[in-house]
Ligand binder design. Sequence first.
Ligand SMILES: NC(=O)c1ccc[n+]([C@@H]2O[C@H](COP(=O)([O-])OP(=O)(O)OC[C@H]3O[C@@H](n4cnc5c(N)ncnc54)[C@H](OP(=O)(O)O)[C@@H]3O)[C@@H](O)[C@H]2O)c1
Length: 209
Amino acid sequence: MIASVREHHQRAQEKLSQKGAFVDVIKDVADRERMEAYSNNFFDYFPGNFNKLDGVIYAVGHCPPNGFPEAVKYPLSQLPLERYLNEINMHQVGVLNVFQCMLKNLKDGGCFVFISSAITRLKGQFPPFLQAHHYASAISAKDWLVEGMRHDPITTRRRIKVHRLAPVAVDSPFFDGSPRPPEIIPISTVVDEIVLALESEEIVDKQIT
Ligand SMILES: NC(=O)c1ccc[n+]([C@@H]2O[C@H](COP(=O)([O-])OP(=O)(O)OC[C@H]3O[C@@H](n4cnc5c(N)ncnc54)[C@H](OP(=O)(O)O)[C@@H]3O)[C@@H](O)[C@H]2O)c1
């Protein structure tokens, strides 16, 4: 397993290394030039160990240090544009960059796994405290990119599966001290579903509850 993690997440890097993963540093999935350089030289970091990947898992997001209240504090009328652009970078530009750049590093019959969110299905049911429509809109667009990838002539010819997993809220310190979402699942449930998707011969498109 190769885990690409941002440099400042030292603890995650250590834990992943302890689990036997090769860990490398990724800077910004939204930066096309960097992503191209990263993907072109990908196997140079791991000489002799890999030459094609079975799967690529995309789990880019941003849980701000001050947790959920900080993430959802702005209604759309007051949302700083910078925040919206960041959502677009994480959930759309980065998704397209990783898909286009990493395709060559996947073996035929391999897969992508994109982590989406159950929030895209909450239309009309948002609790009053949840000012997260900017996030939901960026994630919904990610879902459409996934749909497009499934119909792409190169992925279909190469039998590459594009999976989408959409968890409800995941239990973490992110939700400490905030209104609890109605349903919270452990991270292990998401991990189990990712493993099942990686092993699946069929396209997986699933809400994780
Ligand atoms: N947490 C939940 O309850 C929940 C529920 C449903 C769905 N999801 C989905 O799960 C996915 C992952 O979210 P998460 O909760 O695991 O977030 P997370 O704990 O903040 O982890 C996401 C990682 O992505 C990194 N990242 C952000 N922007 C990046 C960029 N431009 N280039 C490279 N790396 C970048 C973050 O680094 P920094 O810390 O440096 O920003 C962080 O290490 C997202 O798609 C999210 O929508 C999460």
